[in-house]
Design a protein. Structure first.
Length: 305
């Protein structure tokens, strides 16, 4: 996709695009960058889960290892006793004492033998399962790491194209990339955790968009919404599609400050702040800003519960 952008947008032989055409090209490339960024975020979340699963798997083997250690010690004790007492030692030890205790001693010896064997069988089964799952997790991790590298390369190519487009716009029309300043207007008083999330979002206005960023100095779209709700004590995955799954579906008529507004088939997300307004990290070359909810047709709405 990055190569297609370069070919269609930046061919030297083409006539210089008009301001409208250049704006459209920048928006198209920025949307593509945001889509790739969200794919990158999702793959990064998946890789972290795979790594966590591998650690849990390693820890799960500990009980089986402990049981084997106990069983090995018990088998060792029996072997040592047999050696010290000679070939007939164990039988002599078993038959020594009164006739009344014979059955108890035989039962104990049988129970000990079966317990040792169970521990050994459990360990064998556990290690076999461990080796199979470890191999599967390693293969998954290798695949996810490769996908992350591919997405990172794709992002870099799109960013390179965007940089050239921004330079073309500045040279032709004197429009540099956006810069912002800290918001100094009124912040609505909203009770509860939603109020904390909304206040946090207001305080990020003017900070630059950066792919994959979750603050505190810069954000991408899902990075901003996850950081806002993290400030309120709620955990949202830094990825738009995950946030859609993690929130409760509501209608537009039910919107309240703090709710999330999703766009572009879950390619973009913003936080609703009331009065038909959202705060979002729009795209590359822009800053976090407050604007109308109708920046484009919303895909749907979600409430953090």
């Amino acid at each position: 996709m990055a190569a297609a952008i370069t070919g269609s947008f930046l061919t030297p032989a083409q006539a210089a695009p008009s301001e409208t055409e250049l704006k459209k090209q920048i928006e198209t490339a920025s949307d593509k960058l945001e889509d790739v960024t969200e794919q990158y975020n999702a793959m990064n979340v998946a890789l972290k889960k795979t790594q966590a699963d591998a650690k849990k798997l390693q820890a799960s083997l500990a009980p089986a290892q402990a049981a084997l250690k106990v069983a090995s010690a018990q088998v060792g004790n029996l072997a040592t006793t047999s050696y010290k007492q000679g070939r007939v030692g164990p039988m002599s030890a078993l038959l020594s004492g009164t006739q009344d205790g014979l059955m108890d001693r035989m039962s104990y010896l049988d129970m000990l033998t079966r317990a040792n064997q169970r521990d050994i069988d459990t360990y064998t089964e556990a290690t076999q399962s461990f080796n199979e799952r470890q191999a599967a997790l390693k293969a998954t991790q290798t695949k996810q790491t490769a996908q992350l590298r591919a997405l990172s390369t794709q992002k870099a190519a799109i960013q390179k194209d965007l940089k050239k487009l921004f330079e073309m716009r500045e040279v032709a029309f004197g429009q540099a990339q956006e810069s912002g300043s800290k918001y100094d207007g009124p912040i609505p008083e909203i009770s509860g955790k939603a109020g904390i999330a909304v206040t946090f979002a207001y305080n990020q206005i003017g900070k630059p968009y950066l792919f994959g960023a979750g603050g505190p100095g810069s954000y991408d779209c899902s990075g901003l919404t996850s950081a806002a709700w993290r400030a309120a004590g709620k955990s949202l995955t830094h990825q738009t599609k995950s946030q859609w799954s993690e929130t409760k579906r509501i209608s537009r008529d039910d919107l309240k400050p703090g709710d999330l507004v999703f766009y572009r088939s879950l390619g973009h997300v913003a936080i609703y702040v009331g009065d038909g307004q959202i705060i979002d990290a729009p795209r590359a070359g822009t800053v976090v800003k407050k604007r109308t909810i109708n920046i484009m047709t919303p895909y749907g709405y979600g409430r953090v519960v």
